[in-house]
Write a protein that binds this ligand. Structure first.
Ligand SMILES: N[C@@H](CCC(=O)N[C@@H](CS)C(=O)NCC(=O)O)C(=O)O
Length: 218
């Protein structure tokens, strides 16, 4: 197990606006792993979707982790790698079934929940595709039922016996959810989406008590 403080920083290829880049930053902050980030590799600019980026991630996604000469794509895998190789508080679970369940919920968060919150809803605000750069309200409205459904999925997880989110320690699943929920609660605050999900509001408040979340998200 490496002591983070004695190591050169890991590098997160990507930009801070990305919810997935934020997840990796939160895990680094939580475990006190020094990191740098940006669209560069070994101090040389590497453009998003360039040939070099496509070699790091076959679908040209961010983040990609660089730890000295080791490269790794995919957020949950990156977080597991950091947890398994660096000292600091654990973001995974010991018990086999809980660990497996946590992995499954991470996959659910980074595919279906991300799709409902970010790809098919929030991105329309970040990169409006309407006439003259306006937000397409029909796209936004069409996305709202899926946002509520994803919030219900998280709600169900909060009250389940699996205990992989909202514990005393931060889990990878928490670190995946908090940047998305923070965006829902800030960028689209006017839609009052969380008001009908008070358990999620309380969950977000709880997550935002962690210094690592404050540092990355505020
Ligand atoms: N499965 C990937 C998804 C990463 C992802 O979708 N990242 C977004 C930024 S938040 C991205 O790279 N978008 C650019 C694109 O899809 O072209 C992971 O878990 O890391």
């Amino acid at each position: 197990m490496r002591d983070a403080k004695q190591n050169t920083p890991v590098h997160i290829y990507g930009e801070k606006m990305s919810n997935f880049v934020r997840t990796v930053m939160i895990v680094c902050e939580y475990k006190s792993i020094p990191f740098t980030y940006g669209f560069s590799i070994k101090d040389k600019a590497v453009a998003f979707k360039s040939e070099q980026h496509m070699e790091l991630h076959p679908y040209g996604k961010i983040p990609v982790l660089l730890d000295q000469d080791f490269y790794l794509a995919e957020t949950s895998s990156i977080c597991r790698y950091l947890d398994n190789n660096f000292a600091g508080p654990k973001v995974q679970f010991e018990q086999a079934k809980q660990a497996a369940y946590h992995d499954a919920f991470c996959a659910i968060a980074s595919t279906y929940i991300d799709k409902a919150f970010i790809r098919e809803f929030l991105l329309e605000f970040a990169f409006p595709k309407g006439e003259n750069g306006t937000v397409r309200m029909d796209v936004v409205k069409a996305g709202i039922p899926n946002v509520h459904n994803a919030l219900s999925v998280i709600e169900k997880e909060l009250v389940s016996d699996n205990q992989v989110i909202n514990g005393e320690r931060l889990s990878i699943a928490d670190a995946l959810l908090v940047p998305m929920l923070h965006y829902i609660n800030t960028v689209t605050r006017d839609f009052k989406l969380l008001e009908v999900h008070p358990e999620i509001e309380a969950y977000l408040v709880n997550l935002m008590r962690f210094d690592c979340c404050k540092k990355v998200l505020l």
